[in-house]
Write a protein that binds this ligand. Structure first.
Ligand SMILES: Nc1nc(=O)c2c([nH]1)NC[C@@H]1CN(c3ccc(C(=O)N[C@@H](CCC(=O)O)C(=O)O)cc3)C=[N+]21
Length: 288
């Protein structure tokens, strides 16, 4: 078998055009969805991601504002800015670009964001509701992966999904979202003994640990669906994932490339969450 390649860019474009439609319907009702991105300090990678996010907003007619704060911004200063945006009716989504400088506690910042504007889905209210089933924002990367799998009509119900990685941003919420789709979920991570024993049983593997070439053909069963969330650099400085792509290609059923796989979906779901946040204000208004 040779794997079919899952084209994240194509799926992202498809979902973005649906979101653009939602944006124009909101505009007809007098609401322009707005995303605020806060960038603290001068990290070049962060700067690149932030500009990609803002370009995507522009493309689908969404309003976006960039708030740039100095590298020596205090935690209090950042929280004040977040509070201002919490109160701002033109802003429906707030994203504080991570990582933050060391003098700022990420948890305190995430908890200062209004859960109704937390389009990253990082606030404990949204994390909790993902588990308990209430109205939540789902973290963009795992949410994007679920949308990708649905688009590709990958059956999840009753299938064994192995999530490799346990971060708050990807691994942990990924498992919850797969559970919601009735998959059987196993979590593995950097301390798992005999990783291959587990991953070989997987119908679907989500690799999200940040170790280049961690997953090889010896780790997968024939026909498995492989989703690569890794963002590593190879010896030439090129972006590469956690999966040995060339090695797995002949054996997998379907596989996502890096770049051009999960990455574009992350930004796409950020836009979708922001549109949803704006739509929710509409129903909240009519209810009152
Ligand atoms: N509060 C917060 N929310 C985030 O969602 C967040 C964050 N902080 N900090 C940094 C990470 C990283 N991230 C990416 C999004 C898209 C691509 C992406 O589109 N990548 C492209 C190409 C990238 C390239 O070529 O460099 C791809 O994989 O094809 C990558 C990485 C969001 N993050």
């Amino acid at each position: 078998m040779t794997a079919s390649i899952i084209d994240g860019k194509k799926i992202a474009q498809h979902i973005q055009s649906t979101t653009a439609e939602r944006v124009s319907q909101l505009k007809e009702k007098g609401i322009t969805p707005g995303l605020a991105v806060i960038l603290v300090g001068n990290n070049q990678a962060s700067r690149t991601y932030v500009s990609m996010k803002r370009k995507a907003c522009e493309k689908i007619g969404m309003h976006s504002v960039l708030i740039e704060l100095a590298d020596d911004t205090t935690e209090e200063g950042l929280i004040n800015k977040v509070n201002e945006l919490n109160e701002d009716n033109t802003i429906h989504g707030i994203l504080v670009q991570l990582p933050l400088p060391s003098q700022i506690d990420e948890i305190n910042i995430i908890e200062s964001i209004d859960p109704n504007k937390d389009v990253d889905g990082f606030h404990p209210i949204n994390v909790g509701r993902l588990m308990t089933g209430g109205e939540a924002f789902y973290p963009c990367t795992p949410y994007g992966i679920i949308e990708m799998l649905k688009y590709e009509q990958v059956e999840l119900r009753g299938k064994h999904a192995v999530v490799v990685g346990r971060s708050n941003i990807v691994g942990k919420p990924m498992g919850q979202l797969l559970l919601k789709e009735d998959a059987t979920v196993t979590y593995c991570h950097s301390r798992t003994a005999d990783l291959a024993y587990h991953t070989k049983q997987a119908d679907i593997i989500i690799a999200a640990v940040g170790i280049r070439n961690l997953i090889t053909a010896d780790h997968i069963k024939d026909g498995a669906v492989i989703i690569d969330v890794g963002m590593n650099r190879d010896d030439e400085g090129k972006l590469c994932g956690d999966v040995d792509y060339q090695n797995c290609l002949p054996k997998a059923g379907a596989i996502t490339p890096v770049p051009g796989g999960v990455g574009p979906m992350t930004i796409t779901m950020l836009l979708a969450n922001t549109a949803e946040s704006a739509e929710r204000t509409l129903t909240r208004k009519t209810q009152s």
